[in-house]
Structure formats: C-alpha cells, structure tokens
Design a protein around this ligand. Sequence first.
Ligand code: ADP
Ligand code: ASP
Ligand code: MG
Length: 408
Amino acid sequence: MARIVMKFGGTSVANIERIRNVAERVKRETEAGNEVAVVVSAMAGTTDQLVAYTRSASVMHDAREYDTVVAAGEQITVGLLAITLQDMGIQARSWLGWQIPIHTNGAHGSARIERIDTEELEKRFKIGQVPVIAGFQGLGPDNRITTLGRGGSDTSAVAVAAALQADRCDIYTDVDGVYTTDPRIVPQARKLDKITYEEMLEMASLGAKVLQTRSVEMAMNHRVRVQVLSSFEDKPGTLVVDEDEIVEQQVVSGIAYARNEAKVTLMGVADKPGMASGIFMPLAEANINVDMIVQNVSADGLRTDLTFTVPEGDLERAVAVIEKARESFPFDRLNADKNVVKVSVIGVGMRSHAGVAATMFKALADKGINIQVISTSEIKISVLIGAEYTELAVRALHSAYGLDASVA
Ligand code: ADP
Ligand code: ASP
Ligand code: MG
C-alpha cells in the first residue's frame, strides 16, 4: 500500500466526461489498496476567464478581491469530482483551501504555502475517504482566500504530498511527460524518462509551464517524488529525480522558451559609479523583477547603453519608475520592446563540458537569428531574440544538441 497524491490539470477536468475519466483513475488507485488524495485545477479556460473579468471590472483591482474571484474555478471541479467519485461508489469529499486549511503568506495573487494542517485529512484516510482538494488556493494571515500564482495547482499538490509524507505525487496533464522541449512547437521533442530536480527547476523557471516553478522548488526541498504523466493514456511518465539516479547524463537535457519578457534599453546613460544601482534600486522597490542585464563598454568613457529585461506584464510600470528616476540618473533615450523571447538551453552536463555556448550561437547564426542579450548560469545559457524567431530557434537548437527523436 502506498500513499499517493494525484493532481489533475485543467484539460484533464475540462468537462464532465473527463472528470469521469479522472474519477476512474482515482478509483483504480484506491482499489489497488492505496491511500489517495486528489488535487484538481479549474476546468481549462476558466481561470483565464475569471482573470479577464477582474481586469474588465477594474485594471487597478484589489488583489484580495482578485483572489476571491480567480479561486472560484477550483471550487467547481472539486465538487464535481467528489460527486462523480461518490456516484462510482467511492467515499469522497471536497476540500477548499480554507477548509483544510492550507495556510499561505499574505502575498495575494502569488502567495506561498507556509503550512498545511493534515489532522483532518489523516482522519479521513483512516475511514477510507478520498479527499478532493482545490489546487491553487489557500488561506492568508488576513483570513482571506489567497491564490498561488498561475499554474499553482502543481504547487498545491506537491505541498500536500510533502505534508502527508506521500510516497508519490503524480501530476496528470495533457502531455505524457516532460519533453526535451515543448512538444507543441517541436514535433521531434523526446519524452524524458527522468529529469533532475535542478534541471526541471531551470526548465520551469525559464518557461516550460508543464510544472510551476515553485512546485519543483518544493519537491526538491522536501524530497517529494514527482512524476509527470498523461491523464489520457496509460503509460509511464517522467520522474523528477536526484542527479545520482541518472545514469547517462546528456550535456543539454532540454530547451525552454519564455515569451513573456520585455526588453528595456537606456541609451546615453552616464558612465559613472552608482548609475546601475540608481536605476535598479527603484525597480526593486517597485517589486519589478529584472532578469537579463547587459551594459556596453562606453566608447568615449562618458556615456553608455544599458539593456535589461522585465516581465512583459510589468513593462509599463517599469518605464514609469525609470522616468521618475530620470532626474537623478539622466539618460538620452528609452526604448521598450515587447517583441522578444528568451530561449534557454539547460543541462547539468554543462558544468563539465566546454563549447555548449558556442554550439548555441552557431546554430542561431546559421539561421540568421540575431542575439540581443545573453545570460548564463552553471547549468543554463539564455539568449534574448526577436519573438518571430521562437519556433525556428527552438527547433534549430533542439537539432544542434542532438535532441531530435529519430524518425522510425
Ligand atoms: P495542466 O493544465 O495539466 O496543468 P499545463 O498547460 O499547465 O497543463 O502544462 C502542460 C503543457 O506544458 C503542455 O501541454 C505543453 O504544451 C507545455 N510544455 C512546455 N514545455 C514542455 C516540456 N518541456 N515538456 C512537456 N510539456 C511542456
Ligand atoms: N487554475 C489555475 C490556473 O489556471 C491553477 C492551475 O491550473 O494550476 O492558473
Ligand atoms: Mg499547469
């Protein structure tokens, strides 16, 4: 007997027929003698619709009320799944975040889970009841509903698995595992049997939305065994594991892309001490995350150009903050560009291999793609390029690192 957390994403619970399919899978695990807790997302498209409602009600809406609205999608699916399970003769009940509670901090819209009370869930396991838990939501210190940021049900599932000391956390989705890159844009993408926590963390944070970044962080910290698999097919998925569990490590394991980046270039910034901090401090104070940064060497020793990226959704605010700081840190011109994408190659094997960056730059050059900004860490290289080259670049890199599946 094992204790398993099963998480089902939006497409897996998109209608009643699919909810029935999910219930069948839950039934199978319970009939095999396992203790099962289920975590579900809202029906596909529902959360987008709810977010749109809050925006059209008011652009500058209260984040607490945003959470009240966008958490609603999961309330529907937990209830429907519990009803369906009961209809199949399985004891089940729905749980909203506040009912457990799943305690979070007060960062409405992107709250972090701090603690989960498991006492009641443990009691239910003892009487053979399946808890069906709403993903994405929790209870804040202000006693109000919080949400965990888009894609947050993955994090709910891993956090529940950690709190319940589950043997496994199975993330059921619309693909049958983690691929070398997004299979929707590269048909030759290959499914990975295993991926390390570190690589998965990079892949997620660099744009592969198959798992929310925080869910991987949490799995890594609490040593939760996570498996990503299909809710529509019966086949093994991808296991997220420690590095020593991978026998033959590729130099590059995957390629990710993130379209939600925006580039800001400040031209003619005075080349003197304190300039960068004068620009980046106000951005930090405004809670705007600056990602890639390049500062050019100044030709005349007086003025230089500075380029950096911010999340696309924060671009307007970032520009406003910089314009305000302009008095103390003068520059000639500001250029803002949303038409960019960040493409990254990821692999723990990079630590011990030379030439990985060179391969990347050559592959892009061969396709005539101009690189605007570069940033690296120990296990990844990212480049910023024009958004129109996304597919071309990802496919070219996928081939360049020998990741393409061989055609049968
Ligand atoms: P869910 O609703 O089940 O949470 P998501 O849409 O959040 O599903 O995540 C699954 C999607 O992630 C896939 O449909 C796929 O397009 C995308 N994706 C991006 N990169 C990858 C990757 N490397 N491997 C698998 N899927 C990926
Ligand atoms: N329903 C939420 C969203 O669409 C959470 C999730 O699906 O993980 O972001
Ligand atoms: Mg998701």
